[in-house]
Design a binder for this molecule. Sequence first.
Ligand SMILES: [Zn+2]
Length: 97
Amino acid sequence: MSASDDGPDPATNSRPKDLLRIVWDGIERGRLFVLPDSQSWAGPPTGQQCIVCERLIRAANEHEIARPDGSVFAHPPCYAAWYHESEIRRNRLDSSP
Ligand SMILES: [Zn+2]
């Protein structure tokens, strides 16, 4: 817990570390699901709420993730963090005996 890897992120106001924590917390609580694979596409924002950080998406792009019960939406950096965490969890499941 002593590493100071809090580097600046020029792309967004949200720091990736914060996003990863939000994603981790969301999956642990069942608020978010583990993304199956690259089942999403980016498009222009349609005023949706981001499922990860729960803010309205006003960025240049939004990610839409299709679900059987309807699509969910996320900011590109939120989606990136979510996808990253999901990938870790999928690999963990795959490598279990
Ligand atoms: Zn977001």
